[in-house]
Write a protein that binds this ligand. Structure first.
Ligand SMILES: [Zn+2]
Length: 272
């Protein structure tokens, strides 16, 4: 094939696969970094020291840097299988109109984000495990706490978390999942540090009440599901207009702040 034709074929191929490549897991890198940064600021000294030690042992620098690591596994040489095996742990489909999570139905064999959190928090807190295992668990925990707070990662519609719900945003076609993962956040036009500063300036977030008889992770998922089930979350017009962003961006930002506070509380408890 002549070089020009080859280049064009590659361009066409990239164009064809790009929309699918973009449908993967959860808050884009921006959202995950914001959650990790805000959590880091709320860690107590003992948890901070242990997080730093584990990251360093694994050759990593900071919590925001590793926050999207589980989303990158499939493209990392030698980590493809881990990426594949942990794919279902980024979300949960709650198959219930009332958003009531039922483990055997919604998380068979622990293969959902609630099960992923249970598994990796246990590994992280187990001092008999190697640093490498615990560092890996830390990366999953940081990521999954973010994911479970992205409403469309725990919805109750049969549409792959809004990936199959096409919408128009800024005159372009996209889907509702991408709008919530990243596109709404981009409208602030802030880098992650500045975005974290902006959210931190809002002061401490008031966490929704949870009850002690059910797994906290399950309740975070049910909160996400309740948000997805509110009127207007799925725009009937399939159009993301200014009114939609004005109403829903603060909801997304509250979820980021809640995720950060809960991640900090979880790490403070697990690593002290
Ligand atoms: Zn994810």
């Amino acid at each position: 094939m002549n070089p020009a034709l080859k280049r064009r074929s590659i361009a066409v191929l990239l164009f064809l696969i790009a929309p699918f490549a973009a449908t993967v897991h959860a808050w884009g890198d921006l959202g995950h970094r914001i959650v990790a940064e805000l959590a880091w600021r709320q860690l107590d000294p003992a948890a901070r020291a242990e997080v730093s030690r584990l990251l360093k042992a694994d050759g990593d620098d900071s919590l925001p840097d590793i926050a999207s690591w589980p989303d990158r596994l499939r493209d990392m040489p030698g980590k493809e299988d881990l990426g594949k095996a942990t794919g279902p742990l980024h979300y949960v489909d709650i198959r219930d109109d009332k958003c009531h999570y039922v483990p055997p139905r919604d998380c068979a064999d622990g293969r959902c984000v609630v099960g992923g959190l249970e598994k990796y928090v246990a590994v992280l807190g187990d001092r008999h495990r190697s640093d490498a295992e615990r560092a890996e668990a830390l990366k999953f925990v940081v990521h999954f706490v973010g994911d479970v707070h992205q409403p469309l990662h725990a919805g109750n519609r049969d549409d792959k978390g809004g990936n199959e719900y096409q919408v128009q945003f800024d005159g372009k076609g996209t889907n509702l999942h991408r709008v919530w993962d990243s596109q709404m956040l981009y409208t602030r036009d802030l880098k992650w540090q500045a975005y974290a500063d902006r959210l931190a300036a809002e002061g401490p977030v008031k966490l929704p009440r949870t009850n002690a008889s059910e797994s906290p992770y399950a309740q975070w998922a049910e909160e996400s599901c309740d948000i997805v089930a509110t009127n207007g979350f799925y725009p009937a017009t399939h159009r993301i207009d200014d009114a939609y962003v004005a109403k829903q961006l603060p909801v997304a930002e509250t979820r980021l702040r809640e995720a950060a506070k809960r991640l900090a509380d979880l790490l403070n408890k697990t690593l002290d």
